[in-house]
Design a protein around this ligand. Structure first.
Ligand SMILES: NC(=O)c1ccc[n+]([C@@H]2O[C@H](COP(=O)([O-])OP(=O)(O)OC[C@H]3O[C@@H](n4cnc5c(N)ncnc54)[C@H](O)[C@@H]3O)[C@@H](O)[C@H]2O)c1
Length: 312
């Protein structure tokens, strides 16, 4: 029998992190969560410690010594801890401290311990406002806020550690992640919560402009699959989009949610000039490098999310 591998995961008690941890456990990895619990779910992490022997280390990635000490014995590293995009404009120092210095601590510790692979969360926001769809990894990057600049810098830093010390890495550019466990304050996907709350009160969703602005919604279960595949793939050392390749407009989303909730309403369009931004991932590289394709279509994923939220 092959030896059980240990995966060290920062931000492992967060929204995406807990889904990744569950999939790692299903694949028989040993898991060590490193999370300072600012937004993590401590109760869920502690439950996993009791039920599956997950180690939970309540510390901060901004302290390099803590990260290095805690990573000892890990075979693979997943780095998800980050400051939220919402805070980055109001507090650029904190955002960069977390996303650049914190990420640097993780990479330096990974090199120190000679881990096999580092997978980290980048973001589709590194592209800024895309000039064309679908967005390809080699398109020009134009990160607009300190959060996005930090994510892009993390990718550049990973390249440096690979050239200098042979660190094997994959930076996953997540598109618009949604699904069970997400905070209602999530930046891009808060529109889901807003529409669902109105529908539950018997009110129609209100859309500014024609609702042409779009996102590439990807279910958190698929995101977690991509993270696990990236820790195992033979090929590495590139950023990879993780999306469905489908841009769903805000008007489409409203109709999908009306159907999922089963409400008898039509969206209201608020005539206004809206800056239309659109997003859809080019998914070719994800398939080529890590063998990833999405499995949950947006209609099905949203209906599932509403079922879970209603049952609570
Ligand atoms: N959710 C999305 O739509 C989305 C899109 C693109 C990229 N991402 C990236 O994916 C990653 C995970 O996002 P999420 O939605 O699960 O966020 P989340 O806020 O739910 O999880 C982040 C976790 O990191 C922990 N954390 C924060 N600061 C820390 C610190 N200094 N030290 C240790 N732990 C710390 C938090 O307690 C939390 O458990 C982040 O890097 C995020 O930037 C998310």
């Amino acid at each position: 029998m092959s030896e059980q591998k240990t995966v060290f995961i920062t931000g492992g008690a967060g929204f995406i992190g807990l889904h990744v941890v569950n999939q790692l456990l299903e694949k028989d990895y040993k898991v060590r969560i490193f999370d300072n619990m600012v937004r993590g779910d401590r109760d869920k992490a502690n439950e996993l410690a009791l039920s599956h022997g997950v180690e939970v280390i309540d510390q901060d990635v901004r302290y390099g010594g803590s990260v290095t000490a805690a990573m000892k014995g890990a075979d693979r590293v997943i780095h998800l801890a980050a400051d939220s995009i919402n805070k980055s404009v109001a507090d650029p120092y904190s955002s960069l401290n977390m996303n650049v210095d914190g990420t640097h601590n993780v990479f330096a510790a990974a090199v120190h311990h000679g881990v096999e692979r580092v997978v980290f969360a980048s973001s589709a926001s590194v592209y800024g406002d895309p000039k064309k769809l679908p967005m390809h990894e080699d398109d020009q990057l134009s990160p607009l806020t300190p959060y996005c600049i930090g994510k892009r810098t993390a990718e550049d830093l990973a390249g440096y550690y690979q050239r200098q010390y042979g660190m094997s890495w994959i930076g996953l550019r997540f598109f618009n992640v949604y699904g069970p466990g997400q905070k209602t304050t999530a930046y891009y996907t808060s529109v889901i919560n807003h529409f669902v709350n109105r529908l539950r009160n018997g009110e129609p969703p209100v859309i500014d402009g024609k609702g042409e602005q779009s996102m590439d919604f990807i279910h958190v279960h698929d995101i977690a699959r991509a993270v696990v595949l990236a820790t195992e793939s033979e090929k590495a050392n590139v950023p990879i989009n993780v999306g469905t390749g489908i841009d769903t407009s805000v008007a489409d989303l409203a109709r999908i949610l009306i159907g999922a909730v089963g409400a008898d309403v039509e969206p209201i369009f608020n005539p206004r000039d809206v800056l239309v931004s659109r997003r859809a991932a080019d998914t070719t590289r994800a398939k080529e490098i890590i063998g990833f394709e999405y499995t949950i279509p947006v209609g099905e994923g949203m209906a599932d999310l509403i079922r879970i939220e209603t049952a609570k």
